[in-house]
Design a protein around this ligand. Structure first.
Ligand SMILES: *[C@@H]1O[C@H](CO)[C@@H](O)[C@H](O)[C@H]1NC(C)=O
Ligand SMILES: *[C@@H]1O[C@H](CO)[C@@H](O)[C@H](O)[C@H]1NC(C)=O
Ligand SMILES: *[C@@H]1O[C@H](CO)[C@@H](O)[C@H](O)[C@H]1NC(C)=O
Length: 292
């Protein structure tokens, strides 16, 4: 016992000892395995403001879109905004982006009305199942996103409407919902964030949706230091304080996801020379540099 103790002690006293280098290499592998090594990629925002039935219009969506755009742009994402889309158009947009070659983390944000069974509404009052949109990005359907974090944010705001104006569409989609038969592997690396708990309304005021306001604020403040799971806990706590709704997060992430890791943190954690980092990572760093 004593022998091995002194042995390991002396081996780590000299900094260039091969045992020490091996030890650091093992620690480094552990840290790297536990974190998604991908920088920002595309952030698709579908924002429904004007509906065919004007009683459903969501004028505060304009403010949400501006704050989401500026936040994700400054985090290094390539932001693509699509406004006032029907259910069929939302489906086509999801298909379009899933056919693209992705190299970084992917965000798909929908701001519209929503309903029971995790659906969002097109401007035509027709429903789209969130699950159907997500499936487009499963590893088997979107190879280039395999192993890369994919985040779906569903801000289905119903707070402005006092009457349940969209009730009539509820029955039409209920039966076709969530008949998912895909394996867990296929749905790996996906986080889905709902602005409110299943079946509950999400609120907004003249400044925009409660959820987006808090979400954007937390991202702006903490994205370089905290992983997304922890940031979502923060958002949840902030919204619960308002006592209007409870955000709901589903995740199949197998690692920690940092939207934009601080350069300094990264050096401290890895002490990895630049040339050893993968392409996606160095892309993220150059994007960070150009936005700071
Ligand atoms: C997003 O915001 C940037 C400025 O930060 C602006 O140049 C760009 O046009 C906006 N994109 C969309 C799609 O609104
Ligand atoms: C969507 O509706 C808003 C509000 O009327 C309008 O400002 C915007 O131009 C519309 N977008 C498109 C792409 O038509
Ligand atoms: C996120 O970070 C916290 C604090 O560093 C950590 O406890 C947690 O395990 C991390 N990962 C996830 C997936 O929450």
């Amino acid at each position: 016992m004593e022998m091995s103790d002194t042995d390991s002690q002396s081996s780590c006293e000299s900094p260039d000892s091969s045992k020490c280098i091996l030890l650091y290499a093992i620690i480094d592998i552990f840290i790297t395995i536990g974190i998604y090594q991908f920088g920002p990629g595309l952030c698709v925002i579908i924002n429904n403001i004007v509906f065919h039935d004007p009683r459903n219009n969501l004028p505060s969506g304009v403010k949400d879109e501006a704050s989401l755009n500026s936040t994700f742009t400054s985090l290094g994402f390539d932001v693509r905004v699509h406004q006032n889309k029907t259910a069929a158009e939302i489906g086509s947009i999801a298909r379009e982006y899933s056919a693209m070659q992705h190299t970084g983390a992917f965000f798909f944000i929908i701001s519209s009305h929503g309903g029971e069974g995790d659906v969002v509404y097109g401007t035509d009052g027709k429903a789209v199942a969130v699950q159907e949109l997500k499936k487009r990005y499963y590893a088997t359907n979107c190879h280039s996103l395999a192993g890369i974090p994919k985040v779906f944010v569903i801000d289905a705001c119903r707070g402005i409407i006092k009457e349940p104006a969209l009730q009539y569409t509820t029955k039409a989609f209920q039966s076709s919902l969530l008949s998912s038969t895909t394996s867990f592997m296929d749905s790996a690396d996906i986080m889905t964030i709902f602005a409110s708990a299943r079946g509950n309304a999400a609120g907004c005021n003249e400044k925009g949706s409660f959820f987006i306001q808090k979400f954007v604020r937390v991202l702006k403040k903490h994205a370089t230091k905290m992983n997304l799971t922890d940031m979502m806990k923060k958002v949840k706590r902030k919204i619960e304080k308002l006592q209007v709704q409870t955000p709901h997060v589903e995740s199949s992430f197998s690692k920690d996801y940092y939207i934009q890791r601080d350069r300094q943190d990264e050096e401290e954690a890895h002490e990895e020379p630049m040339e050893q980092q993968d392409a996606a990572n160095s892309e993220m760093i150059s994007m960070q540099a150009s936005f700071s």
